[in-house]
Write a protein of this length. Structure first.
Length: 198
């Protein structure tokens, strides 16, 4: 608790990288201190005019930290959304999947963010570089946010049979769940997932 109090006192003074690491540490511990997270949210929002100072990894950590604790901070995610839309074309596959997953966990649907992330994958031909975890996270994000008219979904579902051998049990379960919720392109992908667990 003392560390949390000190962090709150110094929230505005931390570098963006430090903010991301601190929030991530508290989220991993499931330390749901609303006052602490609100203080950091205000600090991040006050830096928005200066471009946040976040790299992709820091942004993903911040979004995921709030998502892990189910803190749907609309004001913060609005600021993050603007940054994502401008910079998504620079994201790695891991960053794309993590950010999409974070938005879906707090059920903040921003079609512009999802379109920017999808465009980042297609325009840079990143589909072959997506790992099973990325595919599962992206499909789950679309399913949770009830976005099922996106061309990206068809492309992700199309990847499942080719990458099926690399799916772990948790990714199989997540993918099957997402494909079922989305209700499109099921047969081939579901058969591929079934083959993994046979």
């Amino acid at each position: 608790r003392r560390l949390a109090d000190r962090a709150m006192e110094q929230a505005a003074e931390f570098e963006p990288r430090d903010v991301a690491l601190i929030l991530n540490a508290y989220a991993k511990l499931q330390f749901r201190d609303l006052e602490l997270f609100e203080k950091f949210s205000k600090a991040i929002r006050s830096d928005a005019g200066e471009g946040l100072g976040f790299g992709e990894q820091q942004l993903a950590l911040v979004a995921n930290s709030y998502a892990r604790l189910h803190l749907a901070d609309a004001a913060l995610f609005q600021i993050l959304s603007g940054w994502i839309k401008k910079r998504a074309s620079e994201f790695t596959p891991q960053g794309i999947a993590t950010v999409a997953n974070a938005y879906s966990k707090v059920l903040i649907r921003d079609d512009g963010v999802m379109q920017a992330l999808s465009a980042s994958i297609t325009e840079r031909s990143l589909l072959p570089r997506l790992e099973p975890q990325h595919v599962a996270n992206l499909l789950n994000a679309h399913a949770r946010l009830q976005i099922n008219g996106d061309e990206m979904i068809q492309q992700l579902i199309g990847l499942v049979p080719a990458k099926a051998h690399g799916f772990r049990a948790v990714e199989v379960a997540a993918t099957v769940n997402a494909i079922t919720k989305l209700g499109i392109g099921q047969d081939r992908a579901l058969r591929a997932m079934a083959a993994v667990v046979k």
